[in-house]
Design a protein around this ligand. Structure first.
Ligand SMILES: Cc1cc2nc3c(=O)[nH]c(=O)nc-3n(C[C@H](O)[C@H](O)[C@H](O)COP(=O)(O)OP(=O)(O)OC[C@H]3O[C@@H](n4cnc5c(N)ncnc54)[C@H](O)[C@@H]3O)c2cc1C
Length: 245
């Protein structure tokens, strides 16, 4: 169960309860994938309350190797991310495979292998972290619209493959597409850019509130802000009306 931190206050208090009975009732009512037995719900709930909520961090690097230090990084050390697209381990394994291929190609010459490894894998690792974060939108309404778009696009692609491009979501995990291919497509189709802008705004709003950089909005302030926003529009409307007369 993944919950963006900015949504944590809005999820049901039942799921945050320390009482296994409350958690078991919550899952009985809301877990729709398949039914469990009574003991199953209770077992799940006991395990649930005995664990803390984990947080997933992200790692972004613009190089994955150093010839001077004779070292390289791969897997989560290079590109840890949320498991939203389920490609972290796949990419880690691919890093290892590509490293071995380069060792073969350059006859174990690390001065050649290490820079090439970085050149080849940095786009993949950063495509992974960015897709995992921004293929989905923190704004649930926008996310729902994107999901509908995916369904429509996939249907049209099925009917007219040469006219309508596939949806990037449907390409994740397919061998013939690298993550940077998918990133490129998602950027081209606009979803990634749109979601990134919204997600960054939501993350920043949350951060500045959580750290106390901004204070809670005061009731009077918003009326004033509204007046400032409406004033130029009203002035233009009056000017146009006067000119028309
Ligand atoms: C909930 C969840 C679901 C996921 N689902 C998927 C999925 O469906 N598909 C997918 O491809 N990926 C998935 N992933 C991602 C995947 O698990 C990781 O990308 C992958 O495990 C990374 O492997 P790694 O070897 O780079 O790092 P890790 O698996 O983190 O291995 C690092 C190891 O180093 C050890 N270590 C750390 N510090 C030290 C130290 N100082 N000395 C010695 N040892 C140390 C750690 O204990 C650990 O065993 C998921 C991740 C999570 C959290």
């Amino acid at each position: 169960m993944g919950v963006p931190r900015n949504q944590f206050d809005y999820i049901s208090p039942d799921v945050k309860s320390n009482d296994p009975k409350v958690v078991a009732e919550y899952f009985k009512a809301n877990f729709k994938a398949f039914a469990l037995t009574e003991e199953g719900y209770m077992d799940l709930a006991k395990q649930w309350v005995s664990q803390r909520w984990n947080r997933t961090g992200q790692v972004h690097c613009n190089r994955y190797s150093s010839v001077e230090c004779k070292l390289l990084i791969m897997g989560d050390a290079a590109h840890a991310t949320s498991p939203s697209i389920g490609m972290g381990m796949n990419t880690a394994l691919r890093d290892a495979q590509k490293f071995v291929e380069l060792l073969d190609k350059y006859d174990d010459d690390l001065d050649m292998v290490l820079p090439q490894y970085s050149t080849d894998r940095v786009p993949e690792g950063n495509a992974l972290t960015d897709l995992a974060l921004n293929l989905y939108c923190f704004d649930t309404k926008v996310g729902m619209r994107t999901m509908l778009g995916t369904v429509v696009r996939s249907g049209l692609h099925y009917l007219f493959p040469s006219i309508v491009d596939a949806d990037p979501n449907t390409l994740v995990g397919r061998q013939e597409y690298t993550l940077s291919d998918i990133y490129d497509k998602a950027t081209d189709q606009g979803a990634l850019t749109k979601h990134r802008a919204i997600n960054q705004r939501i993350r920043h709003d949350f951060f500045q509130r959580e750290t106390g950089m901004v204070k809670e909005e005061k009731a009077g302030g918003s009326v004033l802000k509204y007046a400032f926003a409406v004033a130029p529009v009203a002035t233009c409307a009056v000017a146009m009306f006067v000119n028309y007369q």
